[in-house]
Write a protein that binds this ligand. Sequence first.
Ligand SMILES: Cc1cc2nc3c(=O)[nH]c(=O)nc-3n(C[C@H](O)[C@H](O)[C@H](O)COP(=O)(O)O)c2cc1C
Ligand code: SF4
Length: 674
Amino acid sequence: MSWYLWAMSSTTDLDTLWRPLALGTIEVPNRIMFSAHSPAHGIDRYPGYLAARARGGAGLIVTGAMPVHPTTDLAWFRAWQDGALEDFRTLAGAVHDEGGTLFTQLHHMGLQGMHAQRFDMTSKIVAPSSVPSPVFDVHGHALAEEEIAEIVEHFAQSALTAKEAGMDGVEIHAAHGYLLFSFLSPLTNRRTDGYGGSVENRARFVIEVLRAVRDKVGEDFPVGLKFGMDEAVGPLGFDPATAAETLRVIRGAASFDYVSLSGAAYHNLEHLTTPITSVLDAHIAEQGPLAREVVGELPVFATCAIRTLDRAAEIVASGKVDMVGMVRPQMADPDLVRKGQGGRAAEIRPCVGANQGCWRRVFRGGQVSCTVNPETGRETEWADRFNPVEHPGRVVVVGGGPAGLKAAESAARRGHEVILLERGAALGGQLIAAGSLPRRDTWHRLVDHLKGSLDRLGVDVRLGTEATAESVSALDPDLVVVATGSFYGTDGFSILRPDRMTIPGLETALVLDPEAAALNPASCGRRVLIVDDHGTLPALGLAELLAQGGAEVELITAHPQVGIQLSVISTMDHATIYPRLLRAGVRCTPEATISQVDGSRVSIAGIYGTWERELDGVESVVLLQNRHPRTQLHDELLAAGLAVELIGDAYAPREVDEAILEGASSGLQVMARV
Ligand SMILES: Cc1cc2nc3c(=O)[nH]c(=O)nc-3n(C[C@H](O)[C@H](O)[C@H](O)COP(=O)(O)O)c2cc1C
Ligand code: SF4
């Protein structure tokens, strides 16, 4: 049973989540944390972002990791600088105004820092030993003892700044492969001095930081420890037994008020911000009991892939941990807790787990928003966006895909009368096919959520209704939002083969588009060739779906790697889905193109012209190469003199993120009759 079906069938009592919890000298009101994460927002956006989650009921909010030293300068907040006091005060004030509790996470990226990409970033990467980062191609400078002492002092001073600014506590980051963790791990700590070798020596840096912080902030200020129990790299790394022993040593030598468990290292980032394509489900919470054995009565938290309140309640009720972190679920719906407490859990907007609008945006140098919730990160600038208007009008939305659904919801929230016309028998558009790929049913959940929202808002949804200029005009709209989407081309044109307009002989084969293939896998036959120009999930997901159904599948791409857009510094799906494809026997061929088709015989060639081979018995070729916007209705409506907005793929084929964002941004100029 998928986690989603499990969640839907679960009857766990949520009340277990709404019990208070003591953290040192303070108490938080419930067991749901908005765990630390850096959205890369500046001081203009970040207070509004945090405040929305406080308003939504999060029991504890921890800021993203605040760098403590110039050798870990990401040009984000700088906890060691004078300006931090004012910034922290602003953040704490915003959360307190909403009745929330805010801790700040203090950290040093160590090896996982990126050397200066901007003029205001540092180029100094430091580590216990001169070893390379597994993700970024940098070696760290092995810290001298005086340099360690300076960083210890910076942690302590930053903690004091947080306290003086009115933060409610601090959390020391010793997980995720960052500097403190890299000292704990025997894989990255090769030192032979007092900071290397034995567990006690490797834990020394963390202990010194915790002691120095406690000395500065006193006993009455909560201090937490973020910790990873499993580096998951085998015997050379930091395994659960080593982790337990290390935690025992730290607990015996320093004072802290909780331990917050998370992924340990950058070797397996997909354990840390797990994409929905992964089979991992609340895996970090499973490490809770081992941590508990060591830390005794101290509260233990766990974050990652705890996707529903039911799952959270089951984990807390089981006693594995005392509190759970739900980060992406609260990016998707800041009111998750309030809705759960108010008996409205069914109204929670689900996180789809595709990592596009959050993780990938940050690693592309951007700032966190959310695919399903474009209000995320725009809380301040969009504060009034959905307020009811003084003079409501009638808005007709054409198209029931993500852009149209969001446009209808947004217009209805503003108080307009909304009619949504969808020519198909069901809502969802391209999300119907996307959600039928393995472990992607969250797209269907999103559609269900939007349907429920339209119901509650009283939107008049008309399925099976083909819109024409006449039929739309007859509805007498003040605005028509055209969200008619796009369709895949099957003409064989590829922008990656600019030397030709099509694939020679393509007309002799059965050519399918990926949506048709996903919705009817049997139509593809037993031997399928998939050609992918995008490097994103649809091609890999389709290959997995077809292989699961028993087809023999080859996936080729002109890119240097199959699924090139899915790396750990993008959506992270590559690490989860690619091994499954290989195990399922899918042949993945990068740097390849079709040179010729002759019925069921297809010639595949290397893009540099160094090899060619024949594939016989191919029953279908699925092309993911180009898409075309459906714009005809838009043009006709304009010609008919109606006020029209063109959004989503019908404007230009892109991803669902843009479709939903444009849906939320549409209908701002409804010229209602007064
Ligand atoms: C954009 C982004 C930034 C993150 N930054 C941090 C961070 O600064 N500190 C930290 O401890 N974890 C960070 N994380 C990890 C999250 O705390 C959390 O472990 C992860 O999102 C998985 O939990 P979830 O499944 O509830 O989203 C980050 C996650 C995301 C998506
Ligand atoms: S962008 Fe996607 S994965 Fe990230 S929080 Fe939003 S829905 Fe979840």
